[in-house]
Ligand binder design. Sequence first.
Ligand SMILES: Cc1ncc(C[n+]2csc(CCOP(=O)(O)OP(=O)(O)O)c2C)c(N)n1
Ligand SMILES: [Mg+2]
Length: 582
Amino acid sequence: MAPEAVQKPSGVAAGSNRTVAHLVLAALKRHGVEVLIGQSAPTRLFLLGPEYGIKPVMMRTEKAGAMIADGYARIARKVAVVTAIAGPGAALLVPGLGEAFKASIPVVAFVQDVPRSQTDKNPSQEFDHLDLFKPCAKFVRRVDRADRVEDYIDMAFAVASSGRPGPVVLMLPPDLFEDAAPPSGKRVASLGSYPIDRMLADPQAIEAAAELIASAKSPIVVAGGGVHVSEAYDQLARLQEVACLPVATTTMGKGAVAETHPLSLGVVGYVMGKRASSRPHKPIIQRADLVFLIGNRTNQNGTDGWSLFPKDAKFIHLDIDSLEVGRNYEAAVRLVGDAKLTLHALNTALERRNLKTREAARAGLEKEIAKGREEYLRETASVRESKGAPIRPERVLMEMAKVITPETIVIGDASYSTIWVANYLRAQRGGQRFITPRGLAGIGWGFPLALGAKLAAPDRPVLYLGGDGAFAHAWAELETARRHGIRLTAVILNNQVLGYEKDAEDVHFGQHTDGCHFEAVDHAAIARACGWNGVRIESAAELLPALQAALTSDRQTLLDVVADPAAYPPLTSFDGKLPDVD
Ligand SMILES: Cc1ncc(C[n+]2csc(CCOP(=O)(O)OP(=O)(O)O)c2C)c(N)n1
Ligand SMILES: [Mg+2]
């Protein structure tokens, strides 16, 4: 659609709320919004945004825009706002909002709809947005009355940031922004940080959970992404200490607890094949008589195809979404509520109990876990220290492990990068962030997520790891990073193949399609063409100095690592089905 054919209002002072555009921006400011991620539409918002202290971040593709917003929301702990033009721009928001929806991340999307007078006349780029966004938003509305705009913006922020957070879409016609604003509303609440409306689970159920934990023989905790959303780190760490509980996480939950804690098991699920960091701990899971699921939607990956837990184990399930509680494993105790609040109450209930059984089990468990960790280090030594070329991804991860600090935000793109990160990097504290797009698990989500994360935390190092297939979905945003001074480091595992896809085809069909192999691509040259520092890495010895230089440089740096196409990470489902490549 052509830019809005309307006159720019002149002489409108910020805060005067003269037009609906002013009203919208004042409401966003009230909700603590600092950046507006989009590509010029709705134009009036971007033109006036800076007057309200709201910085426009203009990306190259709307597809990336929704993902940048997602990454921003995850790290800023704020509702992120992304915008798009009707039709094609709106359609490109769907993939990113889909990830945010499934990963429970609050994003509000403003879609510039067709002008009110043209509705249903076949105007340019008209599209059924209400249906388009249905599966990827908690709430979708078209707003066409100036006197309801503030109400709808507040509804959007409240819905996005409360309960199970997620995306909301508001469609706003361009002519509405030019309407005179009604007198400033009475709304004063700031709803832009999440979660709002924390809810405590039923106190009786909390007591029942404490009783089960205190009397269990071999209880375990499996924490999911909900712990990050709720920021329940201190409470989970306390639970681990007080009840001497072994704590594992899903890939999405990685970093929910310190993986260096003597009772931490690392990431479990589909990532427990040969050489996996949690594989030696499998007996602890297999003998569990009680599994405590926290912020965990018991999906296929997190449960290794629903095969991970013993059939006769009991479950306590804590989640903000009652649909998830008991979805796949009937819960002996249902805890529907916020993880932080509910764990706090549960810890208090546990502290009042006799925990002798748990305390007696601690030393043995710690010894068993320490032995398992040694086994992992022994089993992976040859690949972690490999000097071969093309370079083993495990070696790349070992060098990354040397440069990351508890403050570094690591983004592992979908495909093998997620699994390398899950297995070869360790959270040194609860709350350390390893973001992997596990909602939809789409390749190419990672680079824009990393841009959003860095936008939210300019002072923290951000390190992106992605495959060459994944990165091809996102090259265009190299320029966005440069233009906005978003300084991050990207590491591309350039194995010239859709690795996971090829290996999965080999496992399932005994052969693979031609589409899995690419021509050689020089990503360092692409990066340089966009003003980045692009470095090609062909030998393992170059990795560490290049990573150190990248992380201390003032410039965005991309390391194009020529990686071994035969290497594959420890996927449980590939065990024994692919050639061993030691
Ligand atoms: C958008 C999207 N398309 C297809 C897939 C299926 N898929 C999963 S992994 C993968 C291969 C990714 O290859 P690459 O990014 O090069 O990573 P590698 O496995 O080689 O490390 C594909 C195509 C997907 N997850 N997302
Ligand atoms: Mg690849």
